[in-house]
Write a protein that binds this ligand. Structure first.
Ligand SMILES: [Zn+2]
Ligand SMILES: [Zn+2]
Length: 280
């Protein structure tokens, strides 16, 4: 069994840039042993990223068609990347738990501003800057606090198989305020969070989407050693929005994990999460 897997993958049911089938075909072509589709789940506020709720049936049907069609070539799984917004909307709610999915990713993209507005912390640095200035009076520290408070609440409520890009706020926040992610209060958020993640024995994604462009994994590779010391299990994912990106950053992430002391990563095998040695 090789380490060619990916379970964080968008397609044109959400903000991905190609039909689901092209991601599957690319995975077959590149020799992936298993592959998972995980569109951004429907969200209460209309936006350009999340799947519309009306498309859920078609999403599941299209996946079933592909699973049948490619069953002899690759092990396919269907999931969703589900946003944490607040106690009433997050991966644990009945709607997501009752969908016939193979797995669920828990991700924080949105935080709630004081006036109740859900504010997307993801996306371009320019938009992030505009949102911090508009909704938080330029207080980027408060934005970070809210991001990690939401993250803590998400894992308290549960309902997901692994955590998506758990420190993603670190990129936009440190573009807003250079060096912010090296300050002790920031590192304490990440460290405390990782300790809580470890105490709950949660599976964590190492997200490689920004490796080529920003030289950054989520979680940042500075934390890999600590994660290994804490016994945190990891799954390497590319968060691909283009078929040609499904394998981006994978080797680099596996090498960085091995260097930090990791010997195994987690993969889906016949419907179960199993740990697999990192190959040389
Ligand atoms: Zn995401
Ligand atoms: Zn994603």
């Amino acid at each position: 069994m090789n380490n060619l897997t990916n379970y964080h993958s968008h397609c044109d049911f959400c903000d991905g840039h190609a039909p689901m089938e092209l991601f599957v075909r690319e995975a077959v072509k590149e020799g992936f042993s298993s592959y998972g589709i995980s569109s951004h789940a429907p969200f209460p506020v209309q936006n350009g990223c999340n799947m519309q709720k009306e498309k859920m049936t078609a999403y599941l049907e299209e996946f079933r068609r592909l699973k049948r069609l490619y069953s002899s070539e690759i092990d396919l799984y269907i999931g969703l990347e589900i946003d944490f917004l607040d106690d009433s909307f997050n991966p644990s709610i009945d709607y997501f738990q009752s969908l016939p999915l193979d797995y669920r990713i828990g991700s924080v993209h949105y935080i709630v501003a004081s006036d109740g507005t859900p504010v997307d912390t993801d996306g371009s640095p320019e938009r992030f800057r505009n949102y911090v200035d508009t909704y938080f009076d330029g207080d980027v520290k408060e934005v970070v606090h809210r991001f990690y408070r939401s993250s803590f609440r998400m894992i308290e409520l549960g309902g997901f198989d692994f955590l998506g890009h758990l420190d993603k706020i670190g990129l936009n926040a440190s573009l807003y305020c250079p060096g912010l992610d090296r300050e002790s209060w920031y590192k304490k958020w990440v460290t405390d969070y990782l300790e809580e993640v470890a105490s709950r024995n949660l599976l964590v994604e190492v997200n490689t989407k920004a490796w080529e462009t920003r030289g950054r994994f989520y979680p940042n590779h500075d934390y890999f050693e600590l994660m290994n010391d804490l016994g945190i299990r990891v799954v390497v994912n590319s968060d691909a929005h283009y078929p040609e990106k499904i394998n981006a950053g994978r080797i680099e992430a596996l090498c960085a994990l091995a260097q930090a002391g990791y010997t195994n990563v987690w993969q889906f095998c016949k419907g179960n999460w199993v740990d697999v040695p990192i190959e040389d």
